[in-house]
Design a protein around this ligand. Structure first.
Ligand SMILES: *Cc1c(COP(=O)(O)O)cnc(C)c1O
Length: 376
């Protein structure tokens, strides 16, 4: 059995492999922009926004410079700033907290549960008179528990800004992430599933006023060419990137299916490995597996064992946000968010990208089994 499994390296991500079959279409899209010369907020940006809004199931999508700006501009569009608080989990990429500070507001952390997402049971206790919004993160491509979060937000009249950066096409109760909150924020970073060849971001909403405000905020606050309504940043989605994203949108469903198939194969091959905990699943959710995160006993040793055998892995994220240097101002000690902290020492992201071949995946699974058998 072992000799049937390939010994090729298994990179954690393989952007070159993803792009090889798209190259001709991408270059044609780039040529189209060069011929039109509409480099800033050109036709491809509007076309991308229209298609993305339809895909997510909302009325409006507004492209911007990156996912962090999508979040920051969303908070500003909601008039959230100094003196306000936003509830968010400490287990995320730093951007979901930095955007709150960049908008001038304060992050209030609520620990996660075994889904890696914000624990809805703990949100109520974190709400104060200053709370203006909840920012759930659909981490790993798994939707946060939106039914509960929507109910809490409605009861306390809070906005919901969904950090959907890792979860495009994920669904909760049949509704796509980014469609049920007040605003949905997506990153189009090269490492996300719908990825630009550079930076990009987009905000989704059903609220026309917010969409209009976001279009002004992303473009220096200009409400007309000659009137700046409020000081703001320059954070437009690049036309070249939008043209490339339009090519990629045709493949997004297939890429998502491939990730889900990879996850199902891991679940089968890694069932009942002592020392390893697989991600759970729920019939109410459609997970899209931006990452396939296991919890591993002796994580560092396993990671080194895989690396020595050419298998790339990653950790999302080894340092909870409240323990970063920048977060010292918030005054949280180690131990403040025990679930997040315990997970941070055990989590390991296995390669799950859409160009991963079954024989590569099988080698990852077999090598993990081998590690735990050898060390038993
Ligand atoms: C990637 C990511 C972001 C930020 O996106 P950028 O486009 O890199 O600015 C925000 N939140 C989460 C959860 C992310 O994974």
């Amino acid at each position: 059995m072992t000799q049937m499994i390939s010994s090729d390296p298994v990179p954690y991500v393989d952007l070159a492999a993803q792009h090889a079959p798209l190259k001709a279409d991408i270059l044609a899209a780039v040529e189209g922009v060069l011929e039109r010369g509409d480099f800033i907020l050109g036709g491809a940006v509007e076309a991308f926004e229209t298609r993305l809004a339809a895909l997510i199931g909302v009325r409006f999508a507004v492209g911007c410079g990156n996912g962090t700006d999508a979040l920051q501009l969303s908070l500003r569009a909601l008039d959230i700033g100094p003196g306000d608080e936003v509830i968010t989990p400490p287990n995320s990429f730093v951007a979901s907290t930095s955007c709150i500070r960049l908008a001038g507001a304060m992050p209030v952390f609520v620990d996660v549960d075994e889904t890696y997402n914000i624990d809805p049971d703990k949100i109520d206790a974190a709400i104060t008179p200053r709370t203006k919004a909840i920012m759930p993160v659909h981490l790993t491509g798994r939707p946060a528990h939106m039914e509960r979060i929507l109910a809490i937000a409605a009861k306390h009249q809070l906005a919901i800004v969904e950090d959907s950066a890792q979860a495009i096409l994920a669904e909760f109760d049949g509704k796509k992430v980014g469609s049920t909150g007040t605003l949905g924020c997506f990153s189009l970073h090269p490492l996300k599933t719908l990825n630009a060849c550079g930076d990009g971001g987009v905000v989704t909403t059903n609220d026309e006023k917010l969409a209009t405000r976001l279009r002004i905020l992303r473009n220096l606050g200009l409400q007309t060419r000659d009137d700046c309504a409020e000081w703001s940043v320059n954070s437009r989605l690049d036309t070249l990137q939008a043209a490339i994203l339009l090519v990629k949108l045709d493949h997004l469903e297939a890429w998502t299916d491939a990730r889900r198939a990879n996850a199902a194969r891991y679940r089968r091959l890694l069932a009942n490995v002592p020392g390893l905990t697989l991600p759970t699943d729920s019939p109410r959710e459609r997970q899209v597996y931006h990452t396939f995160v296991v919890q591993a006993e002796r994580r560092e040793a396993l990671r080194a064992y895989l690396s020595e055998r050419g298998i790339g892995t990653s950790v999302h994220y080894p340092v909870p946000i409240h323990l970063h240097t920048a977060a010292r101002e918030l005054g949280h000690e180690r131990g403040a968010f025990p679930v997040t902290e315990r997970q941070a020492d055990r989590i390991l992201s296995l390669p799950v990208h859409n160009t991963l071949r079954p024989d590569q995946l099988d080698r990852v699974a077999a090598t993990i089994r081998e590690f735990y058998e050898e060390s038993r």
